[in-house]
Structure formats: structure tokens, C-alpha cells
Design a protein around this ligand. Structure first.
Ligand code: SF4
Ligand code: SF4
Length: 296
């Protein structure tokens, strides 16, 4: 009988992180709107620090904590391509997020994206409605759309990638709402259409086939070090990992010595969490992309 070592479910950590980001992009506009009222120090100490003590603004595309700024790797590329200018503060702001993407992969999608979080929960409604077995596969256009939008940005000198980045759209809507008491029709329509379409028709359609940001991040994380890995001895070929994968990547094939579509895998670790024998792990490997197609 196969012994099953107990492991912490990564999805619990992911959910907490996703929730923190979602709450964060709601609270930041509220705080920016009236920092004097919202300040945690005011609550704890019963006094009001000046607003400049702790200023925070932005969303998942770019964010500032006082003078410390972070920039999404694709926000940097979008800026660079559209302005054709090299701006040193932007390079400094992108360093940490870029390093994280290069080493850990597309974890921005699986751990941080608030829209990805909503669509993951939406997937449960899709399943509840009995539509989970309707596997519909389309052509993966993410990378094509990413390059197309960069090309448009280059020729028209406008950063268009940000216009199609759902977490940035969501952040902007919260910002509009709390600063102008308005919502933009296009932004709300985009998010609501996405949710309803995925709920009723194709689960995770946006992340799977269309998201230009997902395509760009896949490209950047092509040689990442964090990956899922199969211990073939432990696999009983139950197929649970294949069912859990939101991108239909069929991780069970790893048990047969085949590589999966690593470009699309976002290290969500759902396959690892559902595996009853702990055959799949998520860890740092230098040469995971060199899994042999077939073992001889
Ligand atoms: S869930 Fe685990 S045991 Fe089942 S097929 Fe996947 S790797 Fe093998
Ligand atoms: S292969 Fe596993 S880690 Fe990669 S996307 Fe699918 S479920 Fe997530």
C-alpha cells in the first residue's frame, strides 16, 4: 500500500493571498480618498498621523507604498514599448516583480490576480450548474494578443496592454467608484460578461485562451525554476490531477514520462493538492523543462 505523506494544501495559502489582494485593491482607493479617516495608526493609537506618513496608491499594475514603488513586469514592457523611453525609476520598480516572475513563474496569475480569484470561484458555480464536463477547447490566442497589443502600442504610442488587463480594469473601477462615485460602463461590462460567459459556457476561458497578460507572463516565465514535478512510482493514475487542472494540461501524463505544456501552467498547485498519493510536488527544479518525452 502506498504511504501518503501529509502535506499542507497550497490552495489555502493561495486563497488567503488572493483575498488579501482583492481586499487591498478595494481598500486602497478608499484610503487614498480619505487617509485621515482610514489610517490604522489612528485606530490603534487614537490619534491622527499626517497623511504623508503612510501613503499608498495604485493597483496590481503599479503600486506605491510611500516612496517604494512596484510595477507589474508587463506594465513596464507596455510603458517601454509605447513611449520608447528608458525610465530608470520604472526599471527599479519592476525589478522585484520581474525576478519573482522569472523564478517562480506565472504566480501573478495564480496567487495575486483578483480577477483570476473571482473566476476560480466562478468555476465552482460552473460546476454546480452541471457544466463542468463540457470541455470546450479553443485555440490559445494569449501570446498572439499580447504581441498584437504591444505592436499597436508601439505604432500608436499608447500603452494598450493595460486596457485589456482585467485586474487593472477591476482596480480602475474601484478607484473610479470611490473617487468619482462612478463606474465605467466598458469596464463593468467586460468583467460581468466574462463572469457570465465562463459560468454558463467555458470555464476559465479568458485565462486559458485570451488573456494577453497571461500570454506575456507565460513568455517571461518560460525558464522558471519553480515547477510541478511527478514521482512516477507513487502515481496510481486516478486522473484527479487532470480533472483539477484549470488549463486541461493533463499533468497525469508526467507519470508516463511526457512533459506538459509548461508555458501555460501557472503553478497553481491544484493538481498537487488533489493527488491522493502525493505523487505531484511543487518545488524548485533547474531542468524541469527537460522532462523526456518518453522514457526508454
Ligand atoms: S492525482 Fe496523483 S495519483 Fe492520481 S493520476 Fe494524478 S499524479 Fe497520479
Ligand atoms: S498543471 Fe497543476 S500547477 Fe499547472 S496549471 Fe495545471 S493544476 Fe495548476
Amino acid at each position: 500500500m502506498i504511504e501518503r505523506p501529509k502535506k499542507l494544501k497550497i490552495r489555502y495559502l493561495r486563497r488567503i493571498t488572493q483575498l488579501i489582494v482583492l481586499v487591498g485593491i478595494i481598500l486602497i482607493p478608499i484610503y487614498s480618498q480619505n487617509p485621515m479617516q482610514w489610517s490604522p495608526s489612528r485606530i490603534v493609537l487614537g490619534q491622527l498621523p499626517p497623511p504623508t506618513v503612510f501613503s499608498i496608491s495604485g493597483d496590481t499594475w503599479t503600486i506605491s507604498f510611500g516612496d517604494f514603488k512596484l510595477m507589474h513586469p508587463l506594465a513596464f514592457i507596455d510603458f517601454l514599448v509605447s513611449t520608447k523611453r528608458f525610465y530608470m525609476p520604472a526599471l527599479v520598480a519592476v525589478l522585484i516583480p520581474l525576478l519573482i516572475t522569472l523564478v517562480l513563474g506565472r504566480v501573478f496569475c495564480s496567487w495575486l490576480c483578483p480577477v483570476g480569484f473571482i473566476l476560480e470561484l466562478n468555476q465552482k458555480i460552473h460546476r454546480f450548474l452541471g457544466r463542468f464536463n463540457n470541455v470546450v477547447k479553443f485555440r490559445d490566442l494569449r501570446l498572439t494578443l499580447f504581441l498584437l497589443l504591444l505592436g499597436v502600442g508601439f505604432f500608436f504610442a499608447v500603452p494598450v496592454l493595460s486596457v485589456f488587463d482585467p485586474p487593472h480594469i477591476l482596480g480602475r473601477e474601484f478607484m473610479y467608484y470611490f473617487t468619482h462615485k462612478q463606474l465605467s460602463i466598458t469596464g463593468v461590462a467586460f468583467i460581468v460578461t466574462l463572469i457570465i460567459f465562463e459560468m454558463l459556457f467555458v470555464r476559465r476561458a479568458w485565462c486559458n485562451y485570451l488573456c494577453p497578460s497571461g500570454g506575456g507572463l507565460s513568455l517571461l516565465s518560460w525558464k522558471r525554476l519553480l515547477n510541478i514535478r511527478m514521482n512516477k512510482e507513487l502515481c496510481i493514475k486516478c486522473g484527479k490531477c487532470d480533472d483539477a487542472c484549470p488549463y486541461y494540461l493533463q499533468p497525469m501524463k508526467l507519470a508516463e514520462g511526457e512533459s506538459i505544456n509548461w508555458l501555460k501552467c501557472d503553478n497553481c498547485a491544484l493538481c498537487r493538492d488533489v493527488c491522493p498519493t502525493s505523487a505531484i510536488d511543487l518545488a524548485f527544479y533547474i531542468d524541469t523543462n527537460k522532462v523526456k518525452k518518453k522514457e526508454e
